[in-house]
Design a protein around this ligand. Structure first.
Ligand SMILES: [Mg+2]
Length: 269
């Protein structure tokens, strides 16, 4: 299963101050092709998920949405210098207050609901907990969270208390930096493994250093501790009959015996 970056379209990838159904008006935002290329090279698939209420309002048709998406894909590929950078586009043409009756309904694909993200996960076999949603509206963050992804809110909109993003970024380029720096759970796991390996090497180095010590001296120390253990043992014997007074002396004897045995075993290396 692949991790994915879910991408809002309008004012995340392209500038759009109103209903945009004309491919000639598509304008990529700064840093978008480069950012997408870097995310792809880091192993993420790229899927656009966009509400297109303009269809429901009769401002443009679904075929115009498809033309705009082909234009975006072409511009991104051209600028990034490779083909097929964006894997797929999903859009929701429905709206509960649509002008056109055939589009007038609430729909599980309409953000803040996560329907498009979940459909993409089924279609493409995506690893949602290892994935991210980047968008400029609280509804993008809500959809990403509902799908189990981490999220970055860009563009200076205040986060909604109902949908707190994982991170906030000034623009798309900064969001890419955050995703690449934070990485995927799998990567974090590898870092942890590497930290454990460092710890194991340190323990091995210490054991080797102990092993290099003069074993004669170590054995001498063990014998010394054994002799020392006789003192509290004798003190305990002298108080035989008073159980409460005996116990601390015998306890000390056992501790010294164990220390002696451990030291002599270390000296055998
Ligand atoms: Mg947007």
């Amino acid at each position: 299963m692949d991790p994915v970056i879910f991408l809002d379209r309008d004012n995340t990838l392209i500038a759009n101050d109103g209903d945009l159904g004309d491919p000639a008006r598509v304008q990529l935002l700064d840093g978008v092709p480069e950012g997408l290329r870097r995310l792809r090279e880091a192993g993420y698939r790229l899927v656009v998920v966009t509400n297109q209420g303009g269809v429901a309002r009769g401002r443009y048709g679904e075929e115009d949405v498809d033309r705009v998406h082909r234009e975006i894909a072409g511009l991104v590929d051209q600028a990034a210098g490779r083909r097929g950078l964006i894997d797929r586009f999903y859009y929701c043409p429905y709206h509960p207050e649509a002008t056109l009756p055939e589009y007038r309904r609430e729909h599980p694909w309409r953000k803040p609901q996560p329907g498009m993200l979940l459909q993409a996960a089924r279609d493409l076999g995506l690893d949602l907990p290892a994935s991210w949603m980047i968008g400029d509206q609280p509804r993008d963050i809500a959809a990403g969270r509902a799908a189990g992804c981490r999220t970055v809110l860009i563009g200076g909109v205040s986060p909604s208390p109902d949908a707190v993003p994982t991170a906030v970024a000034a623009d798309f380029g900064e969001a890419v930096e955050i995703v690449l720096a934070t990485g995927r759970p799998g990567r974090a796991g590898r870092v942890e493994t590497s930290d454990l390996a460092t710890l194991r090497r340190a323990v091995e180095d210490l054991a080797e250093a102990v092993g290099r010590r003069d074993s004669g001296t170590t054995r001498g120390l063990g014998v010394g501790l054994l002799m020392l253990a006789i003192l509290p043992f004798v003190a305990g014997l002298l108080q035989a009959g008073d159980t409460a007074a005996v116990m601390p002396w015998f306890g000390a004897t056992i501790v010294l015996l164990l220390a002696s045995i451990a030291t002599m075993l270390a000296g055998r290396r």
